[in-house]
Design a binder for this molecule. Structure first.
Ligand code: ATP
Ligand code: MG
Length: 180
């Protein structure tokens, strides 16, 4: 499984719709300071369900919506889609490509989609569980996270190993059934 494409519209500095295809061999994104490199990684975390504005380098959740510039009016909505190649069937769905979309309006309404069908964040989390790709997975390691893992703050290291071992879904189901 790999990240094939990302589409961004109205998210942070990306007022216009952009599309980045990660063709074979692409290993990095380069650009001048302030050109939006970190905004791309924020977009990936956000679409996977990140709920912390601080982690996305903002103070409120609607800080992710394009706020306007001297030349351009603010936008009312932010939307990000990532397309994962699932030919390996690592994601437990019958699609060889899976597109995850998140959209938020200034009113605070948030919507999630899997392959253009409206779904809950819970569905996305369950689909990504134990794949390493989820927002708490090991495929996205933000600044400071390595220290966190080494210091084993709040059992973080254990969570990482559980994800790699593929047992998060069992713990999650157990917790769900205990709640009932
Ligand atoms: P560096 O090399 O310094 O790390 P970078 O390429 O990672 O730079 P980013 O942090 O991704 O740059 O982009 C920062 C730019 O995004 C800033 O110019 C900031 O004003 C702009 N920006 C962030 N949020 C918004 C928003 N909601 N609306 C408009 N612009 C935004
Ligand atoms: Mg940066």
């Amino acid at each position: 499984m790999y990240l094939k494409k990302i589409e961004i519209h109205g998210f942070k500095s990306f007022a216009d719709r952009i599309e980045v295809e990660f063709e074979k061999g692409v290993t990095g994104i380069v650009g001048p300071n302030g050109s939006g490199k970190s905004n791309i990684s924020d977009a990936i975390r956000w679409v996977l369900g990140e709920q912390s504005a601080k982690t996305l380098r903002g103070s409120r959740m609607d800080d992710v919506i394009f706020a306007g510039t001297m030349q351009r009016k603010p936008i009312g909505m932010a939307e990000v889609s990532i397309t994962l190649n699932n030919e390996s069937n690592k994601l437990p769905v019958d699609y060889s490509e899976v597109t995850i979309t998140r959209r938020v309006y200034r009113s605070g309404e948030s919507e999630y989609y899997i392959n253009k069908s409206l779904c809950r964040l819970k569905d996305i989390k369950e689909m990504l569980m134990d794949t390493g790709v989820g927002v708490d997975g090991y495929s996205s390691i933000g600044q400071g996270r390595i220290d966190d893992i080494l210091n084993n703050k709040s059992g973080n290291r254990r969570l990482l190993f559980e994800e790699a071992a593929g047992i998060v879904k069992y713990r999650s189901r157990k917790e769900e059934s205990e709640k009932k």
